[in-house]
Design a protein around this ligand. Sequence first.
Ligand SMILES: Nc1ncnc2c1ncn2[C@@H]1O[C@H](COP(=O)(O)OP(=O)(O)OP(=O)(O)O)[C@@H](O)[C@H]1O
Length: 612
Amino acid sequence: MTAADGVTPVGREPVGPTAVPVPPSGSPEPPAPARPGAERAVLRLARPYLSRLLGAGLLAAATEFAGLALMATATWLLMSAAGRPPLDRLTVAIVAVRALAVSRGVFRYTERFAGHDAVLRMITDVRARVFATLAARRETGRRTGDALSRLVSDVEAAQDLLLRVLVPGAAAALVSVLAVGVAALISPPAAGVLALGLLVAGVALPALAARITRRAADEVAPLRGALAVDAVDLTHGAADLAAFGATGAALAAADERAGRLARLERRLAATGFAVDALGVLVAGLTAAAVVVVALRAEVGGVLVGVLAVGSLAAVEVALALVAAARQRTQLRAGLARVADLLTEPGPATPPDAPEPTVDGHDVRFADVTVRYRAGAAPALAGFDLDLPAGRRVAVVGPSGAGKSTLAAVLTGAVRPDTGRVTAGGVPVSEIPAEHLPRVVGGLLAEAYVFHATVKENLLLGRPDATEADLTAATRAAGLLDWVREQPDGWDTVVGEQGGQLSGGQRQRLALARALLAAPPVLVLDEPTEGLDPAAADAVLDSTLAATPAGHSVLLISHRLSGLAGFDEIVVLEGGRMVQRGRHDELVARPGWYREQWLRQEAAERGYLAITP
Ligand SMILES: Nc1ncnc2c1ncn2[C@@H]1O[C@H](COP(=O)(O)OP(=O)(O)OP(=O)(O)O)[C@@H](O)[C@H]1O
């Protein structure tokens, strides 16, 4: 098999000698280092399909062997025919050439079929496992978005390991051994020389190619990653760079990096092609040496020709191991990441465990501590709170106090390090992800608005919502007038990440979606962010009015206005609860709440409020 007709999964381009995996655009992280045992962890999932893979390997070997035998038989036929023997002496060879030519195609087709069948089945398992791990992870400490964006390319690394490394590699090794065996039947000394050539082509050159590719991956991949980040920064940050007069410097830095990358890639490509040229040289030298040794051993002329052509073909088959070695090295980082996910402890609740019975929707935080990084101060420390059904609690506090962390813990996005958060008596982490939104949900920090219509964005909250429901929710969120002003109304497309909306409109749309979902425990993380004080007060009032009686509300807010109607206000500072009570109690007491309230009133209303 030549490198050119190596197994290339459907729809993918063959990779050049020094190609390295490209980190996804915008990923600032360097490639993951190789991880011992990563291949084994991935291959363990291939076990159920072992017989199919073995079949694919044997068929690949049969394809290569048929090709080799075809070359050898055709050579014998041509050389023998030159002596004009009677036709019946050639009949078997003629039939064999035809049979080998046809069978090669049949073997190749069935090998591809069997290999892809096994690998696509295995990949389905890998994807399912990776998705399950990511879904169970739920915490935001490591950006799950990155993991997801890599999912496709990394999982393909598992596919390539089998289809582009193991199957062709095993076939090349098997055919090399067979070729030496057949050559030994003709001339043992010539077989010895062939074995030597095959060792150079199938062991030494692949090791060299792997070393070069590893260097390429180690040096080129971080540079490509940095360049991808440059591209994202230069496009997304173009306006800010221009505003600070920094465009030229940023372009120059990116240019310099691109130049360095180009020089490095040229050098590595040249070395890679040198290895390929070495492979051709080894094939030629092996064939020449086999001829010399066979002639010395007084092998007949026709058979010497067969040995020469057969040796060339056999070395070419062994050179497939160079491509396999390169491929294997390129897959290291992706395989390491997939293996990390595959070997992560499974979800706390096994998928077939009976669904816990959520009894009502009283929420309780008991001694909850969250630490994002080992050794760092906790974002939430020993936090206790009862939120019985129907109660309205506001959580306020300075920036970085842990307010959003509290919301994230309640919605299951962050798992507490210690302590428990229960809803309806069941720990939030044990409520299945698809059931949790029916208990707890709402508007979280930086809510995502999809590149879709207003209506489609809203229906995410409640797919069966009627037009009356949409109207009520958008009215409460203060977006209805805007929707009615749009020529396309509900069908107005909001752009990528809601880019065609103002910040305030985006927030109102996300709020309306949360109101439509109407979970019994509604979490609202800064629902009036980006609105002016008057609009913020009006939206908060209408939002609370639109929340059904009996539903609880946990409001996270940096504004203290509009909290007079809340059953309890909790002040967080440094992850700890420092004050709690109703608005009128808190403004009467010295402390953060009173100070902040007076300051906000003065700033928003334009006078200094001296009495509550
Ligand atoms: N994903 C994260 N990884 C690491 N640290 C985090 C993460 N999210 C929050 N933190 C840290 O946890 C602490 C609490 O953050 P949190 O977002 O909960 O505060 P907040 O009160 O909501 O702040 P703000 O009012 O500014 O939104 C901060 O010190 C913050 O730096």
